[in-house]
Design a protein. Structure first.
Length: 131
């Protein structure tokens, strides 16, 4: 399944999980994002709950230029950062998905952040589509 999810943009990729994860990081970097966090849910669920779970990584991606400018307009915006990108396996397929920054920032009620959201969404879209 390719296209939009309720929360963002999702794409099935014909790569192994590890290859998709590496490509996602490369694609984000090419679009000016740094990966600030990497959460391995498979490992965490095993560690904390002793439960098995499939491969699922959450990448916390941030474009420093946009984050700096946006935080200059609203310091509380840090509550919505970074942008999450996920790489996971489901039913034998590998997926990559990115948050819809416009939807995420809509909770602020401020139109001045819309330009940031549109630009960030475009960069995330290109990153996801390049994988």
């Amino acid at each position: 399944m390719n296209g939009k999810t309720e929360y963002g943009k999702k794409r099935e990729v014909h790569l192994s999980f590890d290859a998709a994860l590496a490509k996602a990081k490369e694609a984000l970097k090419a679009e000016g994002f740094g990966v600030l966090t990497e959460i391995d849910l498979k490992a965490k669920f095993k560690e904390k709950l002793d439960e098995d779970f499939g491969n699922y990584i959450i990448l916390g991606a941030c474009n420093p230029k946009y984050a700096f400018e946006a935080l200059g307009k609203d310091m509380d915006l840090g509550l919505l950062l970074p942008c999450n990108v996920v790489v996971y396996e489901e039913n034998g397929s590998t997926f990559v998905a990115a948050i819809d920054a416009k939807k995420m920032l809509s909770v602020t009620g401020g139109d001045e952040l819309e330009r940031f959201a549109v630009d960030v969404n475009e960069m995330l879209r290109r990153a996801i589509e390049s994988i």
